[in-house]
Design a protein around this ligand. Structure first.
Ligand SMILES: C[S@@+](CC[C@H](N)C(=O)[O-])C[C@H]1O[C@@H](n2cnc3c(N)ncnc32)[C@H](O)[C@@H]1O
Length: 281
């Protein structure tokens, strides 16, 4: 018995003795199935504790990308300070047993291992690291010397064709849901639990006028593997609404927040033409 207890204390030792409340709340109706154009922190602060089942998001890269209404290039300390303020609120609004999944790439040209920095942040907040998915995009970029040396060990520059999905859960590895709300098939389950997903980048970025969209297939896999139908899915950097569109298609409820009016308008338009189908993309 003592041995078993000791063993249990060693499971995710960094997240033991958390102070998360187990009392989950319903999301107020005014936030259900909505796209909101705002700074995410302002809206997060209006949400009650423990009301979101799953957050799936991809923060701005801070690469100088051309997002329509905001700057994507600030000092790194400022970037992480602001991001962690948003993540603090994100953890608060997650249900007990809820998950937050962050899509991030190591910021290779600045030598900033953002996926490690973000993972350490969540573990310090006593969130359980549930795992990591390697999203293989197979997008080879052949500028071999762009940030390093050519054919020389002096400073070879490593190239990445993948990004990461870092997965954290609040308080409990298990997320509660009804059996009839499971929509993953046995074949999909066997495929999706292998943590390397080969999915091409979104092809319609020009059409939707956004430089860093999720491919719909990526969102579909995340939703089916980590959420139940009718769960409430939040994307705090919603862009042109891919997370919300796929949530609607697969019978989840959604809330999408983005600071850009242009992107929110495109998201609303996409949602209008999205029907509930539960079909694979
Ligand atoms: C990497 S993109 C997300 C794209 C999205 N996954 C999609 O499929 O369209 C990051 C988004 O964060 C938004 N953003 C940046 N700062 C924000 C803030 N403070 N509050 C809300 N959204 C913000 C940008 O406008 C941009 O659309």
């Amino acid at each position: 018995m003592k041995k078993k207890k000791e063993k249990n204390n060693e499971i995710y030792f960094y997240a033991q003795e958390n102070k998360f409340s187990k009392k989950n709340n319903e999301i107020p109706k005014e936030f259900e199935n909505k796209i909101i154009c705002s700074d995410n922190l302002i809206i997060l602060k209006k949400l009650p504790d423990n009301c979101i089942d799953l957050i799936f998001t991809s923060p701005p890269y801070n690469f100088g990308l051309d997002y329509s209404d905001n700057s994507d290039s600030v000092n790194w300390n400022t970037y992480f300070e602001k991001l962690f303020e948003v993540f603090d609120e994100s953890i608060r609004v997650l249900k007990y047993g809820g998950r937050i999944i962050i899509n991030i790439q190591p910021l290779f040209s600045d030598y900033i291992p953002s996926h490690h920095i973000i993972s350490n942040y969540f573990m310090n907040k006593k969130m359980i690291w549930k795992g990591e998915i390697l999203w293989e995009k197979n997008n080879y970029n052949c500028k071999y010397t762009a940030w390093g040396s050519w054919k020389s060990p002096s400073s070879p520059y490593l190239k990445y064709t993948w990004e990461f999905l870092e997965i954290f859960t609040k308080g409990d590895l298990k997320h509660k849901g009804e059996k009839e709300n499971i929509d993953i098939t046995a074949e999909e389950f066997k495929k999706f639990v292998i943590a390397k997903w080969s999915i091409a980048p979104e092809k319609d970025m020009k059409k939707y006028q956004h430089p860093a969209m999720f491919p719909k297939k990526l969102v579909e896999r995340v939703l089916k593997l980590f959420s139940f139908k009718n769960d409430i899915i939040l994307d705090i950097f919603n862009g042109v609404g891919t997370t919300s569109v796929v949530s609607k298609k697969f019978s989840r409820r959604y809330l999408g927040i983005d600071i850009s009016k242009k992107y929110c308008d495109i998201a609303i338009k996409r949602l209008k033409t999205t029907s509930i189908e539960n079909k694979i993309f």
